[in-house]
Design a protein around this ligand. Sequence first.
Ligand SMILES: [Zn+2]
Length: 289
Amino acid sequence: MADSIKVGNVEITAVLDMIPPPRDPTVMFPETSASDWESHGDALENGQLQLYYGVWVIRSQGQTILVDTGMGPGPHEHLGGAEGKLFDRLRDVLIPADRLNNTNVGPSDEVNIVVHTHLHGDHVGWNLRYSGGMPAPYFRRARYLVPKADWDHFTAEGTIDSAPQVSRQVMPLRRLRKMDLIEGEYNITDEVSTMPTPGHTPGHQAILISSQGEKAMIVGDVLHNKAQVQESDWCAGVDIDKGLSRQSREKVLDMAEKESYVIAAGHFSPADHIGKVVRLEGRRYWQAV
Ligand SMILES: [Zn+2]
């Protein structure tokens, strides 16, 4: 299905960083049992829950905006040695074909803004590279927009020791003067803004796109799996505040259904990571576009 979609004047394109090993769905969603998943076979792959680590490029009003930066280059020992491929794949998406054979041209200069839905490790991995122990941004011309409530949560004493991705991939951005803390509804361009969707993390935010009467939303980890479109109560075990996570998910699904948003979900399979929420016989369903 689609890897790229036009929403009015805005273009949204999916870029896959990596595919982690599959998981048992009842481990990922600890409040569910195997029998709960029997009617959601189409949301699993060979009975397993397969996440994807995908990010999004938005082009709006001359700005190139990267939403999240994936897991990072790795290799990641805790993920079976898998390696992220975001930078190579971004090159193909961002560089015009007639400049692709110039090896001096890379994706680093092409991104103006990086905005994070939240600060978990699979969303900040390609922020900084290290050379001789010194960090430098992968996207050297970009401002990095970080949700303040996540910054406050993860950098707090008592939390930061268990969030090495933040100390390594986010905190140096402040010293390098590349980062802005944002909160509430923040306008990135006239067509692209943030909407707080707390729960998965305290500062989790969705990205809203509105142009020429058309609407889309990049939902981050409000949705990990399409079964949650029907079962909006189901929370991933990693959701920090499950009550708030349910509220945010219900709000997003309600908006999507009633206002006909195109939804982009980076953890879904590339086969159906762009879709709409439709209602059939009283229940919501995910319909890939
Ligand atoms: Zn995630």
